[in-house]
Ligand binder design. Structure first.
Ligand code: ZN
Length: 270
Protein backbone atom coordinates (compact mmCIF):
# COMPACT_ATOMS: atom_id res chain seq x y z
CA UNK A 1 0.00 0.00 0.00
CA UNK A 2 1.22 3.51 -0.66
CA UNK A 3 1.74 6.23 1.95
CA UNK A 4 -1.79 7.59 1.75
CA UNK A 5 -3.74 4.56 2.94
CA UNK A 6 -4.86 4.12 6.51
CA UNK A 7 -5.68 0.66 7.77
CA UNK A 8 -8.83 0.57 9.88
CA UNK A 9 -7.49 -1.34 12.86
CA UNK A 10 -7.46 -0.88 16.63
CA UNK A 11 -4.50 1.45 16.34
CA UNK A 12 -6.49 3.79 14.08
CA UNK A 13 -9.79 3.42 15.94
CA UNK A 14 -8.15 4.45 19.19
CA UNK A 15 -7.35 7.84 17.63
CA UNK A 16 -11.00 8.76 16.90
CA UNK A 17 -13.96 9.58 19.16
CA UNK A 18 -15.77 6.67 20.90
CA UNK A 19 -18.92 7.50 18.91
CA UNK A 20 -17.09 7.34 15.60
CA UNK A 21 -15.28 4.19 16.68
CA UNK A 22 -18.60 2.53 17.40
CA UNK A 23 -20.05 3.64 14.04
CA UNK A 24 -17.00 2.48 12.05
CA UNK A 25 -16.95 -0.88 13.84
CA UNK A 26 -20.63 -1.31 13.01
CA UNK A 27 -19.96 -0.58 9.34
CA UNK A 28 -17.10 -3.03 8.97
CA UNK A 29 -18.80 -5.73 11.09
CA UNK A 30 -20.63 -7.08 8.02
CA UNK A 31 -17.30 -8.14 6.51
CA UNK A 32 -15.33 -9.49 9.46
CA UNK A 33 -12.97 -11.59 7.35
CA UNK A 34 -11.70 -8.61 5.42
CA UNK A 35 -9.15 -5.91 6.06
CA UNK A 36 -10.44 -2.39 5.60
CA UNK A 37 -8.50 0.57 4.36
CA UNK A 38 -9.35 4.19 3.64
CA UNK A 39 -7.48 6.52 1.34
CA UNK A 40 -7.69 10.20 0.61
CA UNK A 41 -5.94 10.99 -2.65
CA UNK A 42 -3.56 13.92 -2.17
CA UNK A 43 -3.92 14.80 -5.87
CA UNK A 44 -7.64 14.56 -6.72
CA UNK A 45 -8.94 14.81 -3.13
CA UNK A 46 -11.17 11.74 -3.54
CA UNK A 47 -11.87 9.64 -0.49
CA UNK A 48 -12.68 5.95 -0.65
CA UNK A 49 -12.82 2.82 1.40
CA UNK A 50 -11.41 -0.51 0.28
CA UNK A 51 -12.20 -3.87 1.85
CA UNK A 52 -9.85 -6.67 0.95
CA UNK A 53 -9.19 -10.27 1.78
CA UNK A 54 -5.56 -9.75 2.75
CA UNK A 55 -4.46 -13.32 2.02
CA UNK A 56 -5.75 -13.38 -1.55
CA UNK A 57 -4.43 -9.87 -2.04
CA UNK A 58 -0.91 -10.96 -1.26
CA UNK A 59 -1.23 -14.09 -3.42
CA UNK A 60 -2.41 -12.00 -6.33
CA UNK A 61 0.42 -9.56 -5.81
CA UNK A 62 -2.04 -6.70 -5.62
CA UNK A 63 -0.57 -3.77 -3.79
CA UNK A 64 -2.21 -0.49 -4.73
CA UNK A 65 0.36 2.23 -5.21
CA UNK A 66 -1.86 4.75 -6.93
CA UNK A 67 -5.22 6.40 -6.68
CA UNK A 68 -8.07 4.20 -7.92
CA UNK A 69 -9.81 7.28 -9.30
CA UNK A 70 -7.21 9.59 -10.91
CA UNK A 71 -4.46 6.89 -11.12
CA UNK A 72 -1.77 9.29 -9.91
CA UNK A 73 1.02 7.41 -8.08
CA UNK A 74 2.25 8.23 -4.63
CA UNK A 75 5.42 10.47 -4.72
CA UNK A 76 7.39 7.89 -2.72
CA UNK A 77 6.46 5.19 -5.20
CA UNK A 78 7.38 7.47 -8.12
CA UNK A 79 10.87 8.11 -6.76
CA UNK A 80 11.40 4.41 -5.98
CA UNK A 81 10.50 3.58 -9.58
CA UNK A 82 12.93 6.27 -10.86
CA UNK A 83 15.71 4.79 -8.70
CA UNK A 84 14.89 1.33 -9.99
CA UNK A 85 15.33 2.62 -13.56
CA UNK A 86 18.69 4.14 -12.60
CA UNK A 87 19.78 0.80 -11.11
CA UNK A 88 18.87 -0.98 -14.36
CA UNK A 89 20.74 1.58 -16.49
CA UNK A 90 23.73 1.38 -14.14
CA UNK A 91 23.80 -2.40 -14.37
CA UNK A 92 23.70 -2.20 -18.17
CA UNK A 93 26.55 0.33 -18.13
CA UNK A 94 28.93 -2.15 -16.51
CA UNK A 95 28.27 -4.83 -19.14
CA UNK A 96 30.36 -4.67 -22.28
CA UNK A 97 27.71 -3.67 -24.75
CA UNK A 98 28.56 -2.31 -28.17
CA UNK A 99 26.03 -1.66 -30.88
CA UNK A 100 28.27 -1.43 -33.97
CA UNK A 101 31.83 -0.33 -34.77
CA UNK A 102 30.84 3.35 -34.52
CA UNK A 103 29.16 2.89 -31.16
CA UNK A 104 31.89 1.53 -28.96
CA UNK A 105 31.57 -0.01 -25.52
CA UNK A 106 32.87 3.28 -24.05
CA UNK A 107 30.25 5.31 -25.89
CA UNK A 108 27.42 3.03 -24.78
CA UNK A 109 28.68 3.19 -21.19
CA UNK A 110 28.87 6.97 -21.32
CA UNK A 111 25.30 7.30 -22.69
CA UNK A 112 23.97 4.97 -19.99
CA UNK A 113 25.79 6.80 -17.20
CA UNK A 114 24.51 10.13 -18.53
CA UNK A 115 20.98 8.71 -18.49
CA UNK A 116 21.51 7.58 -14.88
CA UNK A 117 22.20 11.22 -13.94
CA UNK A 118 19.24 12.54 -15.98
CA UNK A 119 16.85 10.01 -14.41
CA UNK A 120 18.11 10.77 -10.92
CA UNK A 121 17.71 14.52 -11.41
CA UNK A 122 14.27 14.25 -13.00
CA UNK A 123 13.15 11.79 -10.34
CA UNK A 124 14.19 14.21 -7.61
CA UNK A 125 12.62 17.20 -9.33
CA UNK A 126 9.25 15.44 -9.55
CA UNK A 127 9.59 14.04 -6.02
CA UNK A 128 10.27 17.40 -4.37
CA UNK A 129 7.63 19.19 -6.44
CA UNK A 130 5.03 16.59 -5.44
CA UNK A 131 5.99 16.80 -1.78
CA UNK A 132 5.88 20.60 -1.94
CA UNK A 133 2.50 20.78 -3.72
CA UNK A 134 0.91 18.12 -1.48
CA UNK A 135 2.35 19.77 1.65
CA UNK A 136 1.03 23.20 0.63
CA UNK A 137 -2.38 21.77 -0.23
CA UNK A 138 -2.72 19.85 3.03
CA UNK A 139 -1.47 22.68 5.22
CA UNK A 140 -3.14 25.73 3.69
CA UNK A 141 -6.21 24.63 1.73
CA UNK A 142 -9.55 23.79 3.34
CA UNK A 143 -10.53 20.12 3.45
CA UNK A 144 -12.98 20.06 0.60
CA UNK A 145 -10.79 22.04 -1.81
CA UNK A 146 -7.59 21.39 -3.71
CA UNK A 147 -5.09 23.81 -5.23
CA UNK A 148 -2.55 21.13 -5.95
CA UNK A 149 -2.27 21.84 -9.70
CA UNK A 150 -1.72 25.53 -8.92
CA UNK A 151 1.13 24.75 -6.48
CA UNK A 152 2.54 22.23 -8.94
CA UNK A 153 2.46 24.68 -11.85
CA UNK A 154 3.99 27.49 -9.81
CA UNK A 155 7.00 25.39 -8.91
CA UNK A 156 7.69 24.38 -12.54
CA UNK A 157 11.41 24.55 -13.39
CA UNK A 158 12.22 25.95 -9.93
CA UNK A 159 13.12 22.58 -8.41
CA UNK A 160 15.92 21.83 -10.86
CA UNK A 161 17.87 24.42 -8.91
CA UNK A 162 18.54 23.15 -5.38
CA UNK A 163 19.19 26.64 -3.99
CA UNK A 164 15.82 27.88 -5.27
CA UNK A 165 14.08 24.73 -4.07
CA UNK A 166 15.58 25.12 -0.61
CA UNK A 167 14.40 28.76 -0.44
CA UNK A 168 10.84 27.89 -1.58
CA UNK A 169 10.50 25.07 1.01
CA UNK A 170 11.76 27.40 3.72
CA UNK A 171 9.62 30.41 2.79
CA UNK A 172 6.39 28.60 1.98
CA UNK A 173 6.39 25.56 4.25
CA UNK A 174 8.91 26.48 6.94
CA UNK A 175 10.90 23.35 6.07
CA UNK A 176 14.67 23.77 6.10
CA UNK A 177 15.91 21.11 3.68
CA UNK A 178 19.53 22.16 4.16
CA UNK A 179 19.41 21.29 7.83
CA UNK A 180 17.34 18.13 7.24
CA UNK A 181 20.08 16.76 4.99
CA UNK A 182 23.74 16.86 5.90
CA UNK A 183 26.26 18.94 3.94
CA UNK A 184 27.35 15.95 1.84
CA UNK A 185 23.82 15.00 0.76
CA UNK A 186 22.99 18.61 -0.04
CA UNK A 187 26.06 19.14 -2.21
CA UNK A 188 25.54 15.80 -4.01
CA UNK A 189 21.99 16.89 -4.89
CA UNK A 190 23.41 20.13 -6.29
CA UNK A 191 26.02 18.27 -8.37
CA UNK A 192 23.38 15.89 -9.81
CA UNK A 193 21.34 18.91 -10.96
CA UNK A 194 24.40 20.69 -12.44
CA UNK A 195 25.39 17.54 -14.31
CA UNK A 196 21.85 16.98 -15.61
CA UNK A 197 21.83 20.54 -16.95
CA UNK A 198 25.15 20.03 -18.79
CA UNK A 199 23.97 16.66 -20.23
CA UNK A 200 20.54 17.86 -21.36
CA UNK A 201 21.53 21.34 -22.58
CA UNK A 202 25.13 20.96 -23.76
CA UNK A 203 25.78 17.33 -24.80
CA UNK A 204 27.53 16.69 -21.49
CA UNK A 205 30.30 19.20 -22.12
CA UNK A 206 31.82 21.49 -19.51
CA UNK A 207 30.73 25.05 -20.30
CA UNK A 208 31.55 28.25 -18.40
CA UNK A 209 28.45 27.96 -16.20
CA UNK A 210 29.32 24.40 -15.17
CA UNK A 211 32.97 25.31 -14.59
CA UNK A 212 32.15 28.23 -12.26
CA UNK A 213 29.05 26.87 -10.50
CA UNK A 214 29.47 23.12 -10.07
CA UNK A 215 32.51 23.26 -7.78
CA UNK A 216 33.89 20.22 -9.66
CA UNK A 217 37.44 20.22 -10.92
CA UNK A 218 37.13 19.99 -14.71
CA UNK A 219 38.26 21.57 -17.98
CA UNK A 220 36.29 23.83 -20.26
CA UNK A 221 35.14 22.05 -23.43
CA UNK A 222 35.84 18.54 -22.06
CA UNK A 223 33.18 16.00 -21.12
CA UNK A 224 31.81 16.39 -17.59
CA UNK A 225 33.16 13.60 -15.38
CA UNK A 226 30.69 10.76 -14.55
CA UNK A 227 31.87 7.48 -13.10
CA UNK A 228 30.13 4.23 -12.33
CA UNK A 229 31.16 4.45 -8.64
CA UNK A 230 29.67 7.93 -8.49
CA UNK A 231 26.25 6.64 -9.63
CA UNK A 232 26.40 3.93 -6.95
CA UNK A 233 27.10 6.64 -4.38
CA UNK A 234 24.21 8.79 -5.66
CA UNK A 235 21.86 5.80 -5.39
CA UNK A 236 22.80 5.32 -1.75
CA UNK A 237 22.36 9.06 -1.13
CA UNK A 238 18.98 8.94 -2.89
CA UNK A 239 17.74 6.23 -0.51
CA UNK A 240 18.83 8.36 2.45
CA UNK A 241 17.05 11.43 1.02
CA UNK A 242 13.78 9.54 0.50
CA UNK A 243 13.92 8.22 4.06
CA UNK A 244 14.54 11.67 5.55
CA UNK A 245 11.78 13.28 3.45
CA UNK A 246 9.33 10.49 4.38
CA UNK A 247 9.99 11.10 8.09
CA UNK A 248 9.54 14.85 7.62
CA UNK A 249 6.32 14.31 5.61
CA UNK A 250 4.83 11.91 8.16
CA UNK A 251 5.64 14.26 10.99
CA UNK A 252 4.57 17.58 9.44
CA UNK A 253 1.93 16.81 6.84
CA UNK A 254 0.39 13.40 7.51
CA UNK A 255 -1.60 14.76 10.51
CA UNK A 256 -3.42 17.13 8.10
CA UNK A 257 -4.23 14.21 5.82
CA UNK A 258 -5.45 12.12 8.72
CA UNK A 259 -7.72 14.95 9.80
CA UNK A 260 -9.28 14.95 6.31
CA UNK A 261 -9.66 11.17 6.37
CA UNK A 262 -11.28 11.27 9.82
CA UNK A 263 -13.80 13.86 8.63
CA UNK A 264 -14.67 11.94 5.45
CA UNK A 265 -14.96 8.65 7.29
CA UNK A 266 -17.21 10.25 9.87
CA UNK A 267 -19.51 11.51 7.10
CA UNK A 268 -19.58 8.00 5.63
CA UNK A 269 -20.50 6.14 8.81
CA UNK A 270 -22.58 8.56 10.90
ZN1 ZN B 1 -6.65 10.65 -7.10
Amino acid sequence: MDSFWIKIDDHYLNTVSPYMKMKVEKKIQSEPDRTHFVRMCPYCNNFYMLSMITESLITMGVNPKYCGICYESDPFYKIHYSLEKVRILHKLSVTNLSINENTTVEKVQRVLLEQCVVNLATGFEVFFRDIFAIGMNLKFVKNEHSLISKFYKESKNEFLNIGKMDRIFKEELNVDLKSLFNEEIYSELKIIMHKRHAIVHNNGLVDKKFLTQSGIECNLGKMIPISSEEIEKYLATAEAIVKIVKQMFDQLFFPYLKERIDTELYLLVR
